[in-house]
Design a protein around this ligand. Sequence first.
Ligand code: FAD
Length: 269
Amino acid sequence: MSLFCCAVPHSDLVLEAREVAGSGEHPIKKMPTRVNALEKMAPDVMVLTLQLPANETFQYKAGQYLEFLLRDGKRRAYSIATAPEGGAITLHIRHMPGGLFTDQVFSTMKERDILRFEGPLGTFFVRDDSDKPMVLLASGTGFAPIKAIVEHERASGSKRPMTLYWGGRRPQDLYMDALCRQWAQEIPNFSYVPVVSDALPEENWSGRTGFVHQAVIDDLPDMSGHQVYACGAPIVVESAKRDFVKLCKLPLDEFFADAFTSEADLQQP
Ligand SMILES: Cc1cc2nc3c(=O)[nH]c(=O)nc-3n(C[C@H](O)[C@H](O)[C@H](O)COP(=O)(O)OP(=O)(O)OC[C@H]3O[C@@H](n4cnc5c(N)ncnc54)[C@H](O)[C@@H]3O)c2cc1C
């Protein structure tokens, strides 16, 4: 992965970029927002519900994210976890101990606090010009934009097959497992594969084990006719991209992703 936002060219450079249809569909705005609710879904996952100003409209595509504008020009990105049809904006925030923003979310933040954000941002949304079956790959809170995507596909009456692989280290990391199981019952074109890598014996995990992207490889050795939407920990997203293309014949341009890159990742050599 190349992070051109923090790269410095040493000579003249020409970059080729594919234009993404739909990326500029909704205006990017800055606005204040009020924290309407904070709900702990797991020991390290908080669901934040935001209330937007009554006089503002905020449109976005399912899968996009917003950035909170913090002091000193710092920004933190969070994927929107509700479909545009879904009403209130919610975010799924995982605590990174020592982190500037998430330490605040898990300690001092309270209802009615005011934040500022900019959005919608990003190109992680479903390409509607395809009818290929979709593999939705989420690690941890990477489930947030995937949730928005599933809700949006359902609301729009899409019949495209969707299989969600949601991976975590422990069962509690799949903090909305019950909702996914409910979707699998209710949405005919949706199926769900939870995958846990480090369950404790006393958790009695009886589902799939190991790395979540490996579960996809085991189930779909030929992905030449699929599209993949992957989100969450950078290591999971990068491993999935590399192995799906190399081992499973996934065309490179059918892999779409948002890696949750943090300060810690950016400091790594
Ligand atoms: C497009 C996008 C979407 C995202 N969506 C989500 C989402 O929906 N949910 C979610 O939970 N996260 C998401 N993230 C990640 C999120 O933006 C933050 O990076 C994350 O929440 C950590 O923010 P923080 O301010 O708490 O921690 P930071 O201050 O960024 O620190 C992160 C970690 O690095 C450590 N650290 C800080 N500075 C250094 C340093 N110099 N050297 C070594 N370690 C350091 C901190 O102790 C901490 O553990 C997304 C990221 C991107 C890019």
